[in-house]
Write a protein that binds this ligand. Structure first.
Ligand code: GTP
Ligand code: MG
Length: 213
């Protein structure tokens, strides 16, 4: 049977996550909505959403949509996925240059789908284009900060990259910030894994702030 998904209204906003497989889209949502993390998530198949009602006045319910990064698992009309979104978060992995390059492709596809012009003026205020707040998230920063920076504690990290070695930062924060500014995206580095890292909270709160504007 067909379940018709909630539409965005004044009290309900659809927020979508996009990005390559394995960058941590599902993990970001689980951290934000349930404050949990698992090192063994399953690859997402298809698309699904989780709702979270924010204790603001008036209340706002976010329907946060998650989709498969792997093309063969997407299997749905991405146009439907994008439709009606009030917020779009494009995710990459700071240890994967490829995932950052793909973020550019996701942004282009999203812009085409929601009709946001590509050539936004950098001097335009705010991050809302055609009614959608766009953000970029560089996830997994726990792998490259503090004691694990440069692979000093590589032994602990094998889970994340397998036997071939220690994850290294492949995307400088400044480069991503610069690109975000050029494109009019909010930008945060995040860690879904580290519960002391407030990047995930800051990311979602900032997107919600602009949705509320
Ligand atoms: P698809 O559903 O295939 O598109 O992947 P996804 O983007 O949803 O990635 P997912 O959340 O499943 O995470 C992939 C792997 O990265 C899992 O092993 C997670 O535990 C791990 N992971 C996710 N976020 C982080 C993070 O912030 N830090 C670390 N160290 N690992 C993370
Ligand atoms: Mg997933």
């Amino acid at each position: 049977y067909v379940v018709s998904p909630p539409k965005s209204t004044n009290s309900r906003a659809k927020l979508i996550l996009l990005g390559d497989a394995y960058v941590g889209k599902t993990s970001l949502i689980l951290r934000y909505v349930h404050n949990t993390f698992s090192p063994h998530t399953l690859a997402t198949v298809g698309s699904a959403y989780i709702s979270k009602t924010l204790p603001q006045k008036p209340p706002l319910t976010l329907d946060i949509w998650d989709t498969a990064g792997q093309e063969r698992f997407r299997g749905m009309n991405m146009g439907l996925y994008y439709r009606g979104s009030r917020g779009g978060v494009i995710v990459y992995d700071v240890t994967s240059r490829t995932s950052f390059e793909k973020a550019k492709v996701w942004l282009k596809e999203l812009r085409e789908a929601v009709g946001v012009p590509d050539n936004v003026g950098v001097d335009e205020p705010g991050y809302i284009r055609n009614g959608i707040v766009l953000a970029l998230a560089g996830n997994k920063r726990d792998l490259v900060t503090g004691k694990s920076a440069g692979g000093i504690r590589g032994e602990d990290l094998k889970l994340d990259k397998g036997a071939e070695g220690v994850p290294k930062r492949e995307v400088p924060e400044e480069e991503a910030r610069q690109w975000s500014e050029e494109e009019g995206l909010l930008f945060f580095e995040t860690s879904a894994k580290d519960d002391k890292d407030d990047g995930v909270k800051n990311l979602f709160e900032e997107v919600v702030f602009w949705i509320n504007v």
